[in-house]
Ligand binder design. Structure first.
Ligand SMILES: Nc1nc2c(c(=O)[nH]1)N[C@@H](CNc1ccc(C(=O)N[C@@H](CCC(=O)N[C@@H](CCC(=O)N[C@@H](CCC(=O)O)C(=O)O)C(=O)O)C(=O)O)cc1)CN2
Ligand code: MET
Ligand SMILES: [Zn+2]
Length: 769
């Protein structure tokens, strides 16, 4: 029996982040479109060849993107709002204007909203549909890339975001849900049918529709939408000129509640995630069965972790699947976009560590191994060195437990999770003690990470400068921004986070139990990448991590300086977790380490401490029934454990970005922070309704302008925003701040924006006082 292999999607940023560099160069006007296109093409061909050489059968194309695949799909369907078309820019620049906003000779427009892509640290742009949109095939990108690969002798499987997921994520101009009426369904499915026919003409054998939204809860109307869309699309697979096979690819969870429906719809292949939601997916196909004309594309190699596959476990699963269908395809559980490119670049990791790791390229090899071991059957498996080496790895104990950490966890009591006195009694005490004006202004923590700062850090890490020189440099930067913030009239200052490469990696580097990589970059949004640290063993803190710079900054001013920490849930969610112990346990270990830091900051005289939980929402289970028992019931207490030991007078802030908060608003209040700042300006302000409706107790700073865009907001637009906020919230509870930290902005963008923000706050303050 032959078993083929499929890859859902491949990383596109490049081994040396070539794509990031090429795009950023282009934005700065240092190169032209032709150079940008050349780099993109070079990367695509390199990545296709890698997969072909690894023996992958179904190699994806159209998984490349300059910015985001949802944005590309919006463009493909003609969802380019008039305000971007009116700029009259070329194709790439229109795309970038939608992604980042535009401010220049052609006009001034804000960007599309950006949201988290399911449970990942990847962010997509939210397509916008309004009554003036004409939905029609408007891009040749998928076809161009298919032909580009074909010219290299590589026959690819084009990948598209499927129409169901696309429509479920599309919003109206004010961020509202859209109506899935017959007209929209028909127009969208016409485009997809057209795309399929075009691929038949081009000679493609497969096309993959990504439908991750199917792993979410759904009602009857969702099933009707799914059926409605595909009943138009599926017939297009057979035309007079040939036929093509359609793969519906799901990932990030199971589709037990609609597998039966999907299986009757007539797809040629159904892609299922057997890593996340594997048990449910297996149970449902065992129960319902597999249609004889349908292949199961089994996601057995994780697209979400960096660990080697356990071949024995995978083969067990594959064997059960083979009992159900002879048409089995082995694949990654999700797109490899969410893992780094190759372990080969990690020369500084010990061999016994590297032995356990598999990034995108190594995962290709794993797929190939598993296909070989499946094909050859039991006889070969008994003697195969591939299998025995893998079994040996999994049979050995990888790490020892840290007894001190274990004991400390075992001693935790329920009262350790409760801060005293209650928040309502703390708030007046803090107000009086901190002496802040109404509508206090602040920022989220980081200031521009300029090339100069990054290159000084690079020079320090290569030994070109010593720690005294580097620390002197950081101190100077802090002096500079303390002075600037005083001049701008900000009420609560920050030190700027110049010493940090990243808000998570920085802590990982200082805590025991973490390992970090040199080049294991993963895309977060647009050209922005992260290098998540690896949780290798039990976590502890051996010495203060942030006190030095926070205390230094406070010593330079009479105004209040906020201490700045990353919370345990966020450190956990933005690291590569262990899989031998639970997420809850790892997060608790982190909580204890950060708790010690909070107390050290307090002892050093820091009176406001912000503990960022930017990623709190990220790993909220996609199925509602799992929210509390699988996540919030331990994640929220972990945050409380961090700050429950401080005095009533110490003000605890937290910060969150990108996420939808409405549906977990009471859980956020239950974190028991005194103040929260959150992203609000790129999304609708319905969160304010939720705040109003639930008597949200935490003081809040809904971001008054978007920091992910290079455009500078005017004072009046910020004033308008603040007035909007004050319609829903009592002025005594409102803080004025941007959406998020300013690290990604240039100085020329950051300071004028803050100046406008402070001026706007002062103006509105005068009105309410
Ligand atoms: N982990 C994490 N996830 C997050 C966020 C976040 O801040 N952290 N924010 C949200 C949005 N996502 C973001 C993700 C990344 C960045 C970001 O700015 N990333 C930087 C890299 C940050 C970094 O680690 N920088 C290192 C290494 C920088 C570097 O590129 N160095 C040069 C050498 C330096 C030189 O000579 O210029 C090189 O390696 O080539 C440092 O500062 O030390 C980037 O892509 O440009 C921003 C937002 C959501 N998810
Ligand atoms: C992604 S949330 C960022 C929070 C952090 N304190 C900063 O300002 O950069
Ligand atoms: Zn943020």
């Amino acid at each position: 029996m032959s078993v083929i292999t499929s890859v859902v999607g491949f990383p596109r940023i490049g081994a040396q982040r070539e794509l990031k560099k090429a795009i950023e160069c282009y934005w700065k006007g240092q190169s032209n479109v032709a150079a940008l296109r050349a780099t993109a093409q070079e990367l695509r061909s390199r990545h296709w060849r890698l997969q072909a050489e690894a023996g992958i059968d179904l190699i994806p194309s159209n998984d490349f993107s300059y910015y985001d695949q949802m944005l590309d799909t919006a463009v493909m369907l003609g969802l380019v709002p008039n305000r971007y078309q009116d700029l009259g820019l070329n194709e790439e620049d229109t795309l970038f204007a939608m992604a980042r906003g535009y401010q220049g000779s052609q006009g001034d427009v804000t960007a599309l909203a950006m949201k988290k892509w399911f449970t990942t640290n990847y962010h997509y742009l939210v397509p916008e549909l309004d009554s003036s949109t004409t939905i029609a095939l408007s891009s040749s990108k998928p076809f161009d890339e298919f032909q580009e690969a074909k010219a290299l002798g590589i026959h690819t499987k084009p990948v598209l975001i499927g129409p169901y997921t696309f429509l479920k994520l599309t919003r109206g101009p004010r961020g509202e849900q859209i109506k899935y009426d017959d007209q929209v369904v028909e127009a969208v499915s016409d485009v997809y049918a057209h795309v399929i026919r075009r691929f038949i003409d081009l000679g493609a054998s497969w096309v993959q529709f990504d439908e991750p939204y199917l792993v979410l809860d759904k009602g009857e109307e969702d099933i009707n939408l799914l059926r409605g869309l595909y009943s138009h699309i599926l017939p297009a697979r057979h035309s007079t000129r040939g036929s093509i096979q359609l793969l519906i690819q799901t990932y990030f969870g199971h589709i037990a509640d609609c597998y039966e429906v999907v299986t009757h719809m007539g797809f040629d292949a159904i892609g299922l995630d057997f890593v996340e939601g594997g048990e449910d997916n297996l149970a449902v196909i065992q129960q319902v069965g597999v249609h004889e004309d349908t292949s199961i594309v089994a996601g057995v190699v994780s697209g979400r972790n960096i660990w080697k596959n356990n071949y024995t476990e995978s083969l067990k699963l594959i064997d059960s699947l083979q009992e159900l269908t002879p048409n089995l395809v082995l694949s990654t559980s999700a797109s490899l976009l969410h893992v780094p490119l190759s372990v080969q670049a990690e020369s500084e990791l010990a061999p016994e560590v590297r032995d356990h790791l598999a990034f995108a390229i190594e995962k290709l090899g794993e797929l190939h191994d598993l296909a070989y071991l499946t094909q050859e059957g039991n006889l070969v498996r008994q003697h195969d060195s591939l299998l025995t080496a893998n079994q040996k790895l999994w049979s050995e104990q990888r790490v020892c437990t840290d007894v001190a950490v274990q004991n400390r966890l075992a001693r935790l009591k329920p009262e350790d999770y409760i801060r005293q006195p209650s928040r309502s009694s703390r708030q007046p005490i803090q107000r009086q003690r901190l002496g802040l004006p109404i509508l206090p202004t602040t920022t989220i923590g980081s200031f521009p990470q300029t090339n100069e700062i990054r290159s000084e850090r690079a020079r320090f890490s290569t030994g070109e400068i010593d720690s005294d020189q580097y620390n002197h440099f950081i101190a100077q930067r802090i002096d500079h921004v303390i002075e600037l913030q005083e001049q701008l009239g900000i009420d609560v200052l920050v030190h700027g986070e110049f010493e940090r490469n990243d808000m998570v990696e920085y802590f990982g580097q200082q805590l025991n139990g973490f390992l970090f990589t040199q080049n294991a970059w993963v895309q977060s949004y647009g050209t922005r990448c992260v290098k998540p640290p690896v949780i290798w063993s039990d976590i502890s803190r051996s010495k203060p991590m942030t006190v030095r710079w926070s205390a230094y900054a406070q010593s330079r001013t009479k105004r209040l300086v906020k201490g700045m920490l990353t919370g345990p849930v966020t450190i956990f969610n933005w690291s590569w977790p262990r899989e031998d112990i639970s997420p809850q346990e790892q997060t608790q270990q982190l909580a204890l380490a950060i708790r010690d830091e909070v107390l050290d900051l307090e002892a050093a005289g820091i009176r406001i401490i912000q503990i960022d939980e930017a990623a709190l929402r990220e790993k909220l289970p996609l199925r509602h029934t799992d929210w509390h028992k699988k996540y919030l019931d331990w994640a929220i207490p972990a945050f409380r454990l961090v700050h429950s030991g401080v005095k009533a007078t110490t003000q605890i802030h937290t910060h969150m970005c990108y996420s939808e908060f409405n549906d977990i608003i009471s859980d956020i209040d239950a974190m028991d922070a005194d103040v929260i700042s959150f992203e609000a300006s790129r999304s609708d302000l319905t969160v304010l309704d939720a705040i109003e409706a639930t008597h949200f107790e935490t003081e809040a700073g809904p971001g008054v302008y978007d920091i992910h865009s290079p455009r500078i907001p005017s004072q009046s637009e910020i004033e308008e925003r603040i007035r909007l906020i004050l319609r829903k919230m009592s002025p005594t509870k409102v803080w004025i701040n941007p959406d998020c930290g300013l690290k990604t902005r240039s100085e020329l963008e950051a300071w004028p924006s803050i100046e406008h923000m402070v001026a706007a706050a002062h103006r509105v303050r005068a009105e309410v006082e």
